[in-house]
Design a protein around this ligand. Structure first.
Ligand code: FE
Ligand code: MN
Length: 354
């Protein structure tokens, strides 16, 4: 008698001496996946991303915010537009991190029963908690009004539209009766994964990253900019894991990847690029720091094409990056002893900084 599991991975008929999980196991709907037996391991990429996450460990208190506090409190050091840009990004990220964590724990974890993938999901959930903590720490140190920051996702239309968009992409999966049985449900689940990993973490975070890292380049508000830099490093691993998981599910269920479904996904990414462009214009109505909404919009298109190619879809825009320094500035910080305590712990060569 083989062990059987329900859709959340609970053993229905555990018996002593059960055979180890077979190598025919799949990520979804595998009746032979025991979520408690991580060895032998099938998906080595999940393990590799877990190890990268552990090597990247950090906490927000490691970044000194003193200079930022002085700059923020000074009436002359920042323009009104610079303040707006920082606040808008605080408003988006402070709640987007929780939205991502909740989807991970409430929708994704339940249906991904493979133990090495679950080990990564637990690590990712912890990192999302660190990111949430970063915005608590930043609000505290800069003395921001939490009611203002944490209500921006409801009150600022360009932020609200992004959040609503990803929440809508996950609605059917969050239904308590949802299962991943059958082609249509697997498509719904992959649609949810693309909504969070590719669109939220892979596109909606990137206009903010480029805006905040441009402060680092100008040597202004470097504390908050470094916090975003650490978050970017984590998010690039989340995205890489998400893409590996999405592509593996597609390979194991090739019937879901129909031309119609590919078109649905391509259209979603196109809509996401439009929402991110509106957000960039709203953050930067007049441009600052040699940074204009138009170049951010081009960057978002460049990023979207890279994401499309990663999930094996055709690129839509074919534009160059207007910010080649995005890669360079990060490499530079790795070499300089900028963080005092941390730089030697940086890893190189295995991260895809974009
Ligand atoms: Fe995050
Ligand atoms: Mn994330």
């Amino acid at each position: 008698m083989t062990t059987q599991f329900d859709s959340s991975g609970l053993v229905l008929n555990r018996q002593a001496g059960d055979a180890p999980a077979d190598n025919n196991k799949t990520i979804l709907n595998s009746g032979t996946t025991d979520p408690n037996k991580i060895l032998p391991m099938k998906y080595k990429w999940a393990r590799a991303h877990y190890k990268t996450g552990v090597a990247n460990n950090w906490v927000p208190e490691e970044v000194n915010m003193q200079k930022d506090v002085e700059t923020w409190k000074s009436p002359t050091e920042l323009t009104a537009d610079e303040r707006r840009l920082i606040l808008w990004n605080m408003g988006f990220f402070s709640t987007a991190e929780s939205l991502t964590a909740n989807n991970l724990v409430l929708a994704v974890y339940k249906h991904i029963t493979n133990p090495e993938c679950r080990q990564y999901l637990l690590r990712q959930a912890y990192e999302e908690a660190v990111h949430t903590d970063t915005f608590i720490y930043s609000c505290d140190t800069l003395g921001l009004d939490p009611d203002e920051v944490y209500n921006m996702y409801l009150k600022i239309p360009s932020i609200n539209a992004k959040d609503e968009f990803v929440v809508n992409m996950t609605k059917s999966v969050l239904d308590p009766g949802f299962t991943t049985e059958g082609t249509e449900n697997i498509q719904k689940f992959v649609h949810d994964l693309i909504g969070f990993y590719v669109i939220m973490e892979g596109i909606f975070f990137y206009a903010g990253f480029v805006m905040m890292l441009s402060f680092l380049r100008q040597n202004k508000m470097v504390g908050i900019a470094e916090q975003f830099q650490f978050i970017l490093r984590d998010e690039s691993v989340h995205l890489a894991f998400g893409v590996d998981m999405i592509n593996t599910i597609i390979d194991e269920n090739p019937e879901i990847w129909t031309p119609d479904f590919q078109q649905v996904i391509t259209d979603r990414i196109k809509q996401a690029v439009e929402l991110e462009s509106t957000y960039a214009e709203d953050c930067l109505p007049r441009g600052i720091l040699g940074l204009q909404a138009d170049s951010i919009k081009q960057y978002v298109k460049y990023i979207a094409d890279r994401r499309l190619k990663k999930i094996r879809l055709k690129p839509l825009y074919n534009v160059d990056t207007p910010f080649p320094w995005m890669g360079e500035i990060i490499d530079l910080r790795k070499e300089k002893n900028f963080f005092e305590t941390r730089v030697t712990e940086y890893q190189s060569g295995q991260l895809n900084w974009d």
